[in-house]
Design a protein around this ligand. Sequence first.
Ligand code: SF4
Length: 410
Amino acid sequence: KIKAMVVRGSGKTEVADPQGFGTLVKRQLDAIMSSPNAKALSQHGSAHLTQMVMGMGDMPVRNWSGEIWQEGADALSGPAIVEKILVKRTGCYACPIRCKGIVHVDEGSIQVAEGPGPEYETLGSLGTLLYHGNLAGVAKANELCNRLGLDTISTGSTIAWAIEAFQSGVLGLSETDGINLDWGSTPAILQTIETIGLRRGSLGELLCAGSGRAAQQLGHGSEAYAMQVKGLDLPMHSPRVFHGLGLAYAVLPNGASHTLGGFTTRGSEDSVEHWVEATLVSMRCAVVNSSAIFCNYTMGRPVLQNLAEILASATGESFTDQKLQAFADRVYLLRYVFNLRAGLRPTANVLPTRVVDQMQERDPRWAADWPRVIPAFYKALGFDPQGYPTETTLRAAGLEDVIATVRQVR
Ligand code: SF4
């Protein structure tokens, strides 16, 4: 029944080459502190993105209806947070950026105790995605999720599914236990979060496993409102702006994640193969980045060579960008085969229909090429055309142990 363990160490962390490591840390620090992104993060946290990415069409509105809602983004922006609810900034150990915001709300019926404020993803998932521009309400929803141990992206996306199902008449008041699920209703959003966290009543039972499961259970066309891949709800960035995310959301073993690469755009002259290669490079960097526990913000756009140098000076072992690339591919393969063993087949590597339909309307070139992208990805990683890693690929990655698993499920 253990849910978490906290360990506090008292020893000192040694590095293999203190002088070389110190030089690289300084180089990294200089790069971090001279980047405009770091300055924006220090001032407004990840919320500095809100207004800009809404203008680009990146931030989803009303369950990915395709609208741009600048007024909502303004209400939930970094400057609005600083002006209305921010108490102070804080950050992770020794980080010079300190992007975290501590907030407090005292607004009549909405009281938020001093604590961590909403990040960009939460401003999207519990804000614009729900057509909810009430900053105090989003801060309260964020606090509730934190206290109930709920991920804000999945919670917001599941509520967006429920609101759309309710508005279209597929879900009735008897299934929502009397909650009027209207877009932008702070009381309905807060009540639903509690209902999910406590698995209370028929609504809590329906929503507690996320939008994908809820849609499967309810049916009646509500599957179209579930914006998820492999059960993980889409984060707050759109494949229509970052083309690499379309591919990454579809093929990542853990589903639609924004922390494992894909923030790449396809140039007007770029081929499908280039689209795939650029996405793969960013996915590999992201795997190494998170395995080495680097913050995504402080690494900016890491290159494997940079990561290899830091790791080599810290550990005394030899790292090259080729070695890290092979490591990243091995991690991907292992996760992929884990999914195969758990019953997920390559047919699960798909984007929600709503995303593909919108791309068809707005970007005919994307839509025309999309059917070739996943096959090109399989080819680049050494999979067969059906989406299974070949035995040669698994052997080359040193994963002989899992060959039998792939044989069994093919
Ligand atoms: S390490 Fe990253 S998440 Fe932590 S305070 Fe610094 S920038 Fe923010």
